[in-house]
Design a protein around this ligand. Structure first.
Ligand code: K7E
Ligand code: CUA
Length: 650
């Protein structure tokens, strides 16, 4: 009951803050000319930073420039995307395969850029799919999804996809504990029987390929967020938990009973050594591993059958619980690796744990009991300090590399700047409204770049012209180069951004791919020469080997197709110029268009069900004669004798 009252009170406070915010918005500096200068990137000039914002329920990742807030691209990851044909083309459908079949959607929360020695290296960006547990790797030279691995024994893959400081592992911690292995059992027997899998996925240092190294089967709590140790704490990983009550109903009350939940500290190096020496138990599993090959331009999906599980009580010294008030959400580690910050959603104070103190307490064996055989450290023994924030509903913290931390507060709608070590609050600025995550470029690494904070807000309300009941979410940009934060810009975002990752532009521009080389095209249906086009019938399957170059398709007239045929259009784009894709669409196609990059081959299937002469055309305005880039397919009755033939210019 007490908690109920607390919630009502705080939401009341939040409503009051919304209205205050509206009155104050013209005095916050966002309209001043110096703010305008700070975000203005003149026509033809380029931004200083890339920002990759999670798209939440869009399933995708969006790419922005900072400070301009201009959106450059939406990268499809877990969702079908007609703009490029991702998830529709034959080559990309396998990327969305799972043990539950084709799942063309997910809820993407946390991007994290690959690192070497704790600094961003700009090779890949990892993202998590929350709903049907998956982790994806996006290649930052092509800005395309290169790999997706499903996570078995997991549910609500939320404490993911954070990486260790040499990208040794990307983690996937389960938000919902579930029966492991899955089975038919009464829900109210959850307590003591469900498990929370923390999955460590190894990343091949050269190619980035992912493989599940081991799954740690933890007690049945909710594993909410995580961050890696770095510097002195490299080798450890930290996960916040809530619902240590193990409630299975009305969690808003029942999972808020314990004064403290835990941060789980995992010594992954110790577990890695244990499994390398033959430790762990192989368990049957069923999960998809989808890999996209850049030379065949094709994804393949392989079902994996087994996973290595580890019982944490079997690896002494590998797992500890750090008591942390009050249903903590964010779990953030400062650039030195010394401080682990737990943001208790229902607390006004931030709890900061000390890595050194944690090690000393472990060495001194100063435990405060155990949970399911896992030692609990004493709160006072590991506490570095508490930040008396004065805010409500702390969620996430980032760092500027100058000894300061920035924490978001959902309920009181603000970003609070405070100092590591002294725990002193230095500044606070409102957000409009109800901020979730925030991002400083490099803010989750040993070397943050400072300069800007991007706050990602959950409620947009009156910030933009109304667009009906649904408004896009809103990001806000703060200049943090001075002592005080300055709000300098608002920009709308797509889907629901949770976390984001940012890096200096030059980290990516030097390796950015401009074309795929035609002479490296290994697609089995590629046409790599000007006269290589053909149409082959195989029963009622017809394969059209088609090429494109400004401004025609080869062939552009095809006859001899019959009702009931399954026609595969394999389109190879012969252009070898930067930014000259061609598109392909045919009337009645049951999927999306294709967008084929220079040197690439992509396939669309068409099953004509009516006789007639049906046009196809290029969907991308590629030249002055783009409108001429068209052709016809003649479809005859199923029993017709019209001969298969194709031509161009006849
Ligand atoms: Cu706070 Cu999914 Cu990281 Cu959203 S989570 S805000
Ligand atoms: Cu090719 Cu338009």
């Amino acid at each position: 009951m007490k908690i109920h009252n607390h919630l009502i009170l705080t939401f009341g406070t939040a409503l009051m803050l919304f209205s205050c915010g509206q009155q104050n918005q013209n005095s916050n500096g966002a309209l001043s000319s110096s703010a305008a200068e700070k975000v203005y990137v003149a026509p033809g000039e380029q931004d200083e930073f890339y920002a990759f914002l999670s798209g939440g329920y869009s399933g995708n990742l969006t790419v922005y420039g900072l400070p301009s807030g201009r959106m450059f691209k939406e990268i499809p990851v877990f969702s079908q995307f007609p703009t490029s044909g991702y998830g529709y083309s034959e080559e990309t459908v396998p990327m969305l395969n799972t043990s539950h079949g084709f799942v063309p959607w997910d809820d993407l929360h946390h991007p994290d850029i690959s690192q070497t020695n704790g600094e961003l290296d700009g090779r890949w960006i990892f993202v998590n799919g929350n709903n049907t547990p998956r982790v994806a790797r996006v290649d930052l030279s092509t800005f395309e999804t290169a790999e997706i691995i499903e996570v078995p024994n997991s549910a609500g893959n939320h404490s993911s996809s954070f990486i260790t400081e040499n990208t040794e592992y990307v983690v996937a911690g389960t938000r919902f504990s579930v029966p492991v292995p899955q089975r038919d059992m009464p829900i109210n027997e959850y307590k003591g029987n469900f498990k929370g899998a923390l999955t460590f996925i190894s990343v091949d240092p050269e190619h980035g390929h992912m493989a599940i190294k081991f799954q740690l089967l933890m007690p049945g709590f909710n594993y909410d967020l995580s961050h890696p140790g770095r510097g002195k704490s490299h080798g450890w990983f930290f996960f916040t938990t809530y619902n240590t009550e193990e409630a299975n109903s009305l969690l808003e009350v029942n999972a808020s009973q314990n004064d403290k939940d835990f941060i789980a500290a995992i010594n992954w190096k110790k577990i890695e050594e244990y499994v390398n020496n033959g430790g762990g138990t192989k368990m049957p599993a069923h999960y998809a591993h989808n890999v996209y090959d850049e030379h065949s331009h094709t994804g393949t999906s392989t079902m994996r059958k087994e996973v290595l599980t580890v019982d944490p009580t079997k690896v002494p010294g590998a797992v500890y619980f750090l008591p942390t008030p009050k249903s903590p959400h964010g779990c953030d580690v400062d650039p030195t690796g010394q401080y682990i910050i737990g943001n208790g959603k229902l607390s006004a104070d931030l709890t900061v744990h000390s890595f050194d103190k944690m090690i000393a307490a472990i060495e001194g064996k100063k435990f405060d009991g155990e949970a399911y055989g896992i030692p609990i450290l004493k709160f006072e023994d590991v506490l570095a300090g508490q930040v008396k924030s004065g805010g409500l509903g702390p969620l996430h913290t980032e760092f500027d590399g100058e000894g300061n931390a920035y924490t978001t507060f959902f309920i009181s709608s603000e970003v609070v700047k405070w100092q590591l070590g002294t725990w002193e609050v230095l500044d606070r600025k409102p957000t409009y409204y109800s901020v979730g995550h925030l991002m400083i470029p490099g803010g989750n690494s040993r070397k943050p770049f400072g300069k800007y904070v991007v706050a990602m807000n959950k409620i947009t309300k009156d910030r933009y012209l109304p667009t009906g009941p649904e408004m896009e979410h809103s990001a806000q940009l703060y200049d943090i180069s001075g002592d005080k934060m300055e709000l300098i810009y608002d920009f709308p975002t797509h889907g629901e951004p949770h976390y984001a990752a940012g890096c200096p532009a030059e980290l990516l521009t030097t390796n950015s791919k401009k074309i795929y080389r035609l002479d490296e095209n290994r697609h089995p249906y590629a046409v790599t020469t000007a006269d290589g086009s053909k149409v082959i019938r195989d029963g009622n399957e017809v394969h059209v080997y088609m090429s494109t170059i400004r401004s025609h398709f080869t062939p552009d007239n095809i006859e001899g197709i019959k009702v009931g045929d399954k026609v595969y259009f394999h389109i190879t784009n012969h252009e070898q110029d930067f930014d000259v894709p061609h598109g392909f669409a045919i009337l009645g196609q049951n999927s999306s268009e294709l967008l084929v990059m220079p040197g690439q081959t992509k396939t669309s299937v068409w099953e004509p069900n009516e006789v007639g002469v049906w046009p196809f055309y290029c969907t991308d305005f590629c030249s002055a004669l783009h409108q001429e880039m068209q052709g016809y397919v003649r479809v005859s009755p199923a029993n017709s004798n019209v001969e298969l033939k194709w031509s161009l210019g006849e």
